[in-house]
Design a protein around this ligand. Sequence first.
Ligand SMILES: Cc1ncc(COP(=O)(O)O)c(C=O)c1O
Length: 406
Amino acid sequence: MIVHYRNGFLYDIWIISSEFLISPLTKATVCDKIIYIDTMLSLYYDELNMRGRKMMSEKLWRKNLINIEPYVAGEQPKNENIIKLNANENPYPPSPAVERVLKSESAAELRKYPDANAMPLKKALAERYGLKAENVFCGNGSDDVLATAFRAFFNSDKPIFYPDVTYSFYPVWCELLKIPYETKPVDENFVINVKDYYGDNGGVVIPNPNAPTSLGVGKDFIEDLLEHNKDSIVIIDEAYADFGKYSCVELVKKYDNLVVTQTFSKSRSLAGMRVGMTFANEELISYMQAVKDSYNSYPLDRLAIKTAVASLSDEEYFRSTVERIKLTRDKTAESLREMGFKVLDSETNFLFVTHEKFAAKDIFTYLREAGIFVRHFNKPRIDNYLRITIGTDSQMSFLIRVASSF
Ligand SMILES: Cc1ncc(COP(=O)(O)O)c(C=O)c1O
């Protein structure tokens, strides 16, 4: 018999006889002949080291696993016939310019790495927004650029501030990156009070328009926020700003503590390509660049860069689809209000609604059974609300028809 110890723990035991060579110990239980050896070994365990037995049943590496509640994305059903109004995707395809890029791309090009800094896209974005390429950072969706910004800018012992009803990825990143945070309750109408953000903090992040409430704030609010937070970085998450009334990208030139994030996922129909961007002053962008280059130098692939540039080249298509969605949104909101729904004034491509008489969860289930997926968040303050993405006119007419039969 050979007994192995490692770091003071009984590690394993080998039984060697003319008949058996058995390791590890558990193998001993498969054969009747060996049962007595098993028993004998148990005595050894008791006698030698109780921790050795533990080592066999309990993996110590489990203690080092991260204990985190991850963000849950909107369900992606397999059935093509489902009307999918649960992930704030655009119901229209991307610009035909994107399709042309996809068709003209050669597979042989994929053997090469992409431009690590996505420079053609940075240049196109800088031109579109009247900035320099040095003011732009690109990543794998705005989730990626937001996570990079959290890492780069929220390193204080003080808590960062964000609304209690907001994008549910923020607490996940805080937990993951061990960033202290404090949520600021929105009022009973889900309105954010800027004065709640005047206190000492390690940073601020606010989506404008907010999600899932769909409510937006204007320039006065953002400037007030920035004026009262000159010693911290303020991130404005503009994932839905193209459907709203105000984008603060212009303020990047005025405030050195402002970071604005946007995405190609919503207004540009490129959720599947994963393209997001940040606008900020050159110094802040260089910090984000350094963080990116410390974990993944190539967050954007060749096709993502090319298709995003193509999308930017077709401003007319972009404007027309955004306008179409806004018209459908306002029409749908009106119909839902007529049916007894309370619908918040949306500045996004979705509606946040609740019904005077019926529970949101029941409406959610009823719509789902009819093949319409919307989003229900089982969370305090919003569990009687539904978030409904704006689809095509005919999809929304179907939704209204089904909802009115509830
Ligand atoms: C407020 C908000 N920010 C950021 C994102 C991330 O978008 P993406 O990673 O697709 O760019 C979302 C997605 O739904 C969102 O709702």
